[in-house]
Design a protein around this ligand. Structure first.
Ligand code: DX5
Ligand code: ZN
Length: 244
């Protein structure tokens, strides 16, 4: 299982210390929510800030781009030192070239799906992604309540992963606290983003432990995919190179 605190919930007045706090908490990844004020009605931070924080920690940087034009941001974020970039399935026809571009930058690639969007949007890309992000709130803001109706999508993602014999991670993001994490783990999630649930806790290490305990004691918690950090690129290339 991967636990990924979302920096969006950190105290922005003391970001370096907040990243160190996450780094020492026993978390695995740092989730970076990138919002452009267009794809979602909020703005967060950009590659300059990520680059400044890169030397602070060895944590894996998991960048979640909630942006209408991710193509202009992929190279800057790659240069800033992120390890994985997730783009949204709602971008439709842009998805395949974007995934290809992320891969060509030597990064792992993820695909996110919003609560109202149908799972058929992600199905064609499952063989080429490292991570499927099932949004459990409508993106844009931290601190929202978990949407229980998204749980069947996690189950579907897990079913497809096993039927198609694929190894993508199933990440959940939004309203994740021990109880909802447990519900997601039961449905098949293995990667857990939590913003307020971790950064708002004075003792983040204890909060990470509590989250892990809730997940690992879920009756049929799935085992972590066997190649957690191997890029899908190493397993299977995209089926065809897009025109650009
Ligand atoms: C929502 C973001 C989430 C958010 C999660 O737009 O993608 O990563 O920071 O925050 P919490 O855990 O507070 O719901
Ligand atoms: Zn996110």
């Amino acid at each position: 299982m991967i636990v990924a605190p979302s920096l969006l919930a950190a105290n922005f007045a003391r970001l370096e210390r907040e990243v160190l706090r996450a780094s020492r908490s026993g978390a695995d990844w740092l989730h970076l929510d990138i919002m452009d004020g267009h794809f979602v009605p909020n703005v967060s931070f950009g590659p300059g800030l990520v680059r400044a924080l890169r030397p602070v920690t060895k944590l894996f940087f998991d960048a979640h781009l909630m942006c209408s034009r991710p193509e202009i941001l992929l190279e800057p974020f790659a240069r800033a030192g992120v390890n994985l970039i997730t783009i949204h399935a709602e971008l439709d026809k842009q998805v395949e070239p974007l995934l290809w571009k992320i891969r060509s930058l030597g990064l792992q690639c993820g695909l996110a799906i919003n609560p109202p969007s149908p799972m058929r949007l992600v199905k064609p890309y499952l063989p080429v992604i490292d991570l499927l992000l099932v949004m459990t709130v409508n993106p844009g803001f931290g601190g929202q309540s978990f949407i229980h109706e998204t749980v069947p999508k996690i189950q579907q993602a897990a079913r497809w992963r096993s039927e198609l014999n694929l190894g993508y991670r199933i990440e959940v993001d939004g309203g994740i606290v021990p109880e909802t994490a447990r519900e997601c783990a039961l449905a098949g999630a293995d990667t857990f983003v939590s913003g307020t649930g971790l950064f708002a806790e004075p003792n983040m290490s204890a909060a990470v432990r509590k989250l892990r305990r809730a997940i690992s004691t879920a009756p049929s918690a799935p085992s972590t995919p066997s190649t957690p950090s191997a890029p899908a690129a190493a397993r299977k290339p995209p089926r065809r190179k897009p025109a650009r």
